[in-house]
Design a protein. Structure first.
Length: 104
């Protein structure tokens, strides 16, 4: 069986490069994992572009259905709301669960 290694190409965004998945040809199992990682990376990149990643400690996770889960801490409710809006407006995202806590 021939294996393919798919590498991260997000060096410019400061994301560590490592193999994302190894899959047999024709396998669809890793397709979901790669798609979800791509959505997560897109959301993180958009948050960084708005400087939210330096002001907040937001964690981004995406499940196999395109649902983004935001968690962590933000300095204001506006920052939390902006992060959720950015995630919702990202290609491939079906819904967003915002569990970001606002720091007192």
């Amino acid at each position: 069986m021939k294996k393919h290694i798919i590498l991260c190409s997000m060096i410019a965004l400061g994301v560590a490069c490592a193999p994302l998945a190894m899959a047999d040809e024709g396998s669809t199992e890793s397709h979901h994992y790669i798609k979800d990682s791509a959505i997560t990376t897109k959301v993180k990149a958009k948050l960084a572009a708005k400087h939210l990643s330096t002001l907040t400690r937001i964690k981004v996770d995406t499940d196999e259905n395109g649902v983004v889960w935001l968690s962590g801490r933000a300095p204001t409710q506006d920052a939390s709301d902006l992060a959720a809006m950015i995630a919702k407006n990202t290609e491939g995202v079906n819904s967003v669960h915002n569990d970001i806590a606002v720091e007192p």
